[in-house]
Ligand binder design. Structure first.
Ligand SMILES: Cc1cc2nc3c(=O)[nH]c(=O)nc-3n(C[C@H](O)[C@H](O)[C@H](O)COP(=O)(O)OP(=O)(O)OC[C@H]3O[C@@H](n4cnc5c(N)ncnc54)[C@H](O)[C@@H]3O)c2cc1C
Length: 380
């Protein structure tokens, strides 16, 4: 049965209530102290936000892509870090196993990953391979029925928390006609030779865990290969198409939160004997924000609709990611401008929004790479 408008809006309300009641009071302190909250992840799990699109048999909620996107949007309206935890885990953590895993792999990992008590990470980026996702240097060699992995990964979300259960790693597993053979391999967190180091002092997303990873003669069973040998890059890029919807939802939600903060502040703040919202230049800024958010929401929801219909959505996902992340920057900037000097003080939501939006034009494809992807769809 297709999910109807009323169900989407009921979910929106449920997630909004949770975000306002449980996350908003903590967001500033978690950001300031760079705390990853196990408790909030557990609660988001209880709310059904992990594995939201997965079937019931794996503990999922069986909802559609738009439901998932609305949930991420509502979390990001309040706090990008918690939205990032849910988005990374669902699209990058669960996604590869659900879309490409064998039945055994799905049965083994997915039920624990839908609870909010365990997280799974996505290991593509390396110190010398960022936008160039095929520049992977991490190698995996088959030895006596095990993959032996050596290499490093950089900027990996959800990889070093107390509840991180493992990671999907892209590694070079050989060569084919002079080209690297790239494969994806599942590595559990406690495997010998796999070490993690949390990256601290980020300017944004300070309450989500980001880590550097190292693999030194790390051995995992041959059966941990995800998908077929040599399919690694296809798997990772396919997952990134869906991941782009998540980043777009984070941009949309953040823009919505920044807009609402600006509107409320402009109505309350008085200068020259009247609320600043009465000045045309402020009113027009708010109108422009409203227009951008409306267009962003339509663009993103259309991409979700295409995905839910089983139609190609790569172009639309790229457009949504690019547009939503760029309007998040513009809206956060104008919202801060409306807050005047008060917007520059730490501890205000707009100050956090202004920092948090900056990742969105870089993660899961920079704005430059997104323009490249879109221009290629034009046959250029
Ligand atoms: C907080 C955070 C969380 C992350 N989480 C994950 C994760 O969970 N898993 C994961 O695998 N990765 C993750 N990443 C990595 C992220 O996806 C990369 O940072 C991103 O892909 C860009 O790579 P880079 O930082 O190495 O920049 P580079 O690729 O070095 O790019 C530097 C600049 O050069 C530009 N550039 C590069 N190539 C081109 C080109 N062909 N044409 C035009 N311009 C170009 C870029 O647009 C950019 O402006 C995360 C990053 C951060 C900061």
């Amino acid at each position: 049965m297709p999910i109807v408008y009323e169900q989407h809006e009921a979910l929106r309300k449920k997630v909004r209530d949770f975000a306002e009641k449980e996350i908003a009071p903590l967001a500033s302190e978690l950001d300031e102290k760079e705390i990853f909250s196990v408790d909030l992840s557990n609660k988001m799990g209880e709310l059904g936000l992990f594995g939201i699109t997965l079937p019931d048999k794996y503990g999922g909620a069986g909802l559609d892509t738009l439901s998932y996107i609305i949930a991420v949007e509502e979390l990001a309206r309040v706090d990008s870090s918690q939205a990032g935890i849910v988005a990374s885990h669902n699209s990058l953590g669960i996604g590869p196993i659900f879309d490409f895993g064998t039945e055994d792999q799905k049965d083994k990992y997915l039920p624990q990953l839908t609870t909010g008590k365990k997280l799974w990470a996505f290991g593509l980026t390396e110190p010398t391979a960022g936008s160039d996702s095929q520049g992977t240097k991490t190698r995996a060699v088959l030895e006596n029925g095990d993959w032996v992995i050596n290499g490093k990964k950089m900027f990996i979300s959800n990889a070093s928390t107390p509840i991180s259960a493992g990671i999907t790693v892209q590694a070079v597993t050989g060569e084919n006609n002079g080209r690297k053979e790239l494969s994806t391999i599942l590595v559990e967190r406690e495997t010998d030779g796999f070490t993690v180091e949390r990256i601290l002092s980020k300017m944004m997303w300070r309450a989500i865990d980001t880590a550097k990873l190292s693999f030194e003669n790390c051995r995992v069973p041959e059966a941990n290969l995800l998908g077929k040998r040599g399919m690694g890059s296809k798997i990772m890029l396919n997952i990134l198409d869906g991941g782009r919807l998540s980043i777009a939802a984070m941009g949309l939600g953040l823009a919505q939160g920044a807009f609402e903060a600006a509107l409320e502040y402009a109505r309350k703040r008085e200068q020259f004997g009247r609320p600043i919202s009465k000045f045309q230049s402020i009113g027009f800024k708010l109108a422009d924000m409203d227009v951008k958010i409306e267009l962003a929401r339509n663009t993103l929801y259309k991409a979700c609709w295409l995905k839910d219909q089983g139609k190609p959505y790569g172009r639309e996902a790229a457009i949504a990611k690019l547009y939503c992340s760029e309007i998040a920057k513009e809206v956060a900037d104008e919202s801060l401008q409306i807050h005047g000097g008060y917007g520059l003080i730490k501890g205000t939501p707009i100050e956090r929004f202004y920092r948090d939006q900056r990742l969105l034009q870089i993660g899961e494809g920079t704005s430059e790479i997104l323009r490249l992807v879109i221009s290629r769809k034009l046959g250029i």
